[in-house]
Design a protein around this ligand. Structure first.
Ligand code: NAD
Length: 307
């Protein structure tokens, strides 16, 4: 197979000043794309701003012979980020919605600011950049979007109801984009990554941080947006060199007939059947974030390690 490249394409990566976004930006630039390195440069909690995060990544890309510009807008003003791409490069082909913050706190202690700030950056930010890019994608009959969800959204995670809500909303948003974009050759997919970054460095033990380098997520993002990839509307997990696809599963369920006892009492009598996943499957079914990070593939002796 020929080397995968993105020559002539313009890629916007939000939150590309650190962590996963920085690796995506470097990768696309090294493979011929022109890259908009967006980053507001605030704290993990979404406080403040600093242009140096995007500037440092942009300079290192340009110094290595790539083509990149920095953008310092918040994704909440996503239309400005897309406008910067159009102004600098005249088009946009690929949008990686990656920017994110955390405001971890239990529901009991959640303030409206904790809730709104997290929903704004993740969900509204993803919506704003995508809405601004959409007319360009439609007009050129080509566009690729990768949105970023999280295990927290898929399984729930203690202290992250704001983040989990935003992240699962992004899955529904993406699946709808896929349906609306299909006839214009616009593909939208969503990933739930796990990687060492400033988001996880205070929570994970050092040996775990070593195993989950952000570069190990890059192949999935690169594959999903490549012209040769037909995926649209799908959800994937990526971490430490392992890649998998996620889907909902429905049990065969029960049918209550109106001619028999019909009500909650009848349903509770058959409750066992409601949640009975009869079909035998070898697919793994993690129940929470911890299980998701400790599935069988982690035990693989030949699993890639290090950065
Ligand atoms: P990170 O903190 O290193 O990177 C996030 C970047 O987004 C930062 O550089 C930050 O400045 C930028 N950003 C924050 N708010 C912004 C805004 N309003 N506008 C523009 N930029 C903004 O964290 P990361 O781990 O690389 O996270 C990247 C994405 O992956 C996030 O969406 C995160 O929720 C998601 N994610 C990460 C993990 C993980 O294990 N690291 C797990 C699940 C999901």
């Amino acid at each position: 197979m020929a080397e995968i490249r993105y020559d002539g394409q313009v890629v916007v990566v939000t939150g590309a000043g650190s962590g996963l976004g920085r690796e995506y930006a470097r990768f696309f630039a090294s493979k011929g794309a022109k890259v908009v390195v967006n980053d507001l440069g605030g704290s993990v909690k979404g406080e403040g701003s600093n242009s140096s995060a995007a500037d440092i990544v942009t300079s290192s890309i340009n110094a290595a012979g790539g083509i990149a510009i920095a953008n310092h807008d918040s994704v909440v003003n996503g239309e400005r980020i897309i406008a910067a791409a159009i102004q600098a490069f005249g088009r946009i082909d690929i949008l990686i919605n990656n920017a994110g913050i955390l405001r971890d706190i239990t529901l009991k202690n959640m303030t409206d600011t904790d809730w709104d700030t997290v929903i704004d950056v993740h969900l509204t930010g993803t919506y704003r950049t995508t809405r601004a890019a959409w007319p360009f994608f439609r007009k050129q009959k080509y566009g690729r979007v990768v949105n970023t969800s999280s295990s927290s959204g898929l399984y729930g995670n203690f202290g992250q109801s704001n983040y989990a809500a935003a992240k699962l909303a992004i899955v529904g948003f993406t699946q709808t984009l896929a349906k609306e974009g299909a006839k214009y050759n616009i593909h939208a997919n969503v990933i739930a990554p796990a990687a060492a970054s400033r988001m996880t460095q205070t929570v994970w033990p050092p040996e775990m941080l070593d195993m989950y380098a952000p570069t190990w997520v890059v192949p999935l993002v690169g594959a999903l947006v490549h012209t040769s990839c037909a995926e649209n509307g799908a959800l994937f997990e990526a971490a430490a060199g392992h890649f998998s696809k996620i889907r909902w599963q429905r049990s065969p369920g029960v049918m209550l007939r109106p001619d028999e006892k019909f009500g909650p009492d009848a349903l509770l009598e058959k409750w066992e059947q409601v949640g009975n996943y009869k079909s035998v499957s070898t697919a793994e079914r993690p129940r929470d974030v911890e299980e998701r990070l400790q599935m069988a593939w982690m035990m693989e002796p030949n699993r890639p390690r290090g950065k």
